[in-house]
Design a protein around this ligand. Structure first.
Ligand code: COA
Length: 333
């Protein structure tokens, strides 16, 4: 038998405080109408003082474990752009707080593509017989990177976490994951960046300029790359899987911007009605976005057993990645 990673549980966690577009418009020169029409976002969640990424990761991880019916796994992967600290990784503390001291645990860093990279890594651990079960979490407190004066980024991103449990299984059973497509283009590193705080800036001999500790993005160019890369990657993974676009029941793309998702669906040939969208409720939560969308669509009954699901993501790096799976029978917890 080919050992394949099979989806066994899903969960998510949002901080309690939802922030509406109107609330942002009090301090930024923007409006609910602009944000909704340009991005599809109606609100996002910002973590409260005293919260860290690991808190949201533990919340999502605990729910995914409960959904899967297991209390321990062989590896915990946390995909994040906003680790609790620059060093060490966030995954070991998340594993310990979930009662798994001694378990392999490490972070995956690929910005908004991080969760798909994490899934591929976990699937590899399972097929190589390094692990039988892996918890993959996407978790962000992206609000900590936002320049409060930059309206073009402050309105887009939000905080949250989503998680899945993968177990070893059979390629033919519902929940089987793969094939994958992963890629990167480092020539685009300036398009999505936090300029200060790393070795490049620290060893430059130049003090960072005001605002360089914050996230910066070339919105228009990122929009174009996101559509192009997610479309290409989705088409590649469909060809690898032997699926046609019309075979896809749901496209779960990184929730970057509702217009981006629509263009990707059009270009791949998937009706827009088959796109899972939760960006109106949570904004762009970077590495947390796909598992949050999966959990929300599972909870509201959109994703049903045996349906064919296409995941595709794009993020800083530049990075991109896609995967396919069939949806399994899962408890709702
Ligand atoms: N409210 C009101 N106006 C805003 C605004 C806001 N929040 N943000 C930008 N604007 C203004 C700009 O200043 C510009 O004004 P100008 O024409 O007077 O110069 C105008 O709106 C158009 O700006 P532009 O950047 O061209 O808008 P856009 O249509 O490209 O939309 C984004 C901006 C950021 C929403 C869009 O580029 C985008 O979604 N990019 C991808 C972002 C993303 O998904 N990133 C994550 C990928 S992983």
């Amino acid at each position: 038998m080919n050992r394949t990673a099979v989806l066994a549980g899903v969960g998510s966690c949002l901080p309690p405080k939802a922030v509406s577009n109107d609330e942002l418009a009090v301090r930024l020169d923007t409006s609910d109408e602009w944000i909704r029409s340009r991005t599809g976002i109606g609100q996002r969640y910002f973590a409260a003082q005293g919260t860290a990424t690991s808190d949201l990761a533990v919340g999502a991880g605990a729910k995914a474990l409960k959904c899967s019916g297991v209390s321990a796994v062989d590896a915990v992967l946390v995909a994040t752009t906003t680790p609790d600290r620059p060093c060490p990784a966030t995954a070991p503390t998340v594993a310990s707080r979930l009662g798994m001291t001694g378990t392999a645990a490490y972070d995956v860093s690929a910005v908004c593509t991080g969760f798909v990279y994490g899934l591929a890594t976990a699937a590899g651990l399972i097929s190589a017989e390094v692990a039988d079960r892996v918890l993959v979490i996407g978790a962000e407190t992206f609000s900590t990177l936002l320049n409060p004066e930059d309206r073009s980024t402050s309105v887009i991103f939000g905080d949250g976490a989503g998680a899945v449990v993968l177990r070893s299984g059979d390629p033919e059973e519902p929940g089987a994951l793969g094939p994958f497509d992963l890629g990167s283009d480092g020539e685009g590193e300036e398009l999505i960046t936090v300029p200060a705080g790393g070795s490049r800036q620290r060893l430059s001999g130049v003090e960072p300029k005001a605002g360089e500790q914050y996230f910066a993005m070339s919105g228009k160019e990122v929009f174009r790359h996101a559509v192009q890369r997610m479309t290409g990657s989705a088409q590649t993974v469909l060809a690898r899987a032997g699926w046609r676009a019309q075979d896809v029941d749901h496209l779960v793309s990184h929730q970057a911007n509702r217009r981006i998702t629509g263009h990707v669906a059009d270009q791949v040939g998937i009706p827009r009605a088959r796109c899972v969208n939760n960006i109106a409720a949570v904004g762009n939560t970077a590495a947390a976005s796909i598992p949050l969308a999966l959990d929300h669509a599972h909870a509201d009954g959109t994703l049903r057993p045996a349906q064919r699901i296409l995941l595709t993501a794009f993020g800083g790096g530049l990075t991109w990645g896609s995967a396919v799976l069939t949806w399994p029978q899962l408890d709702r917890v």
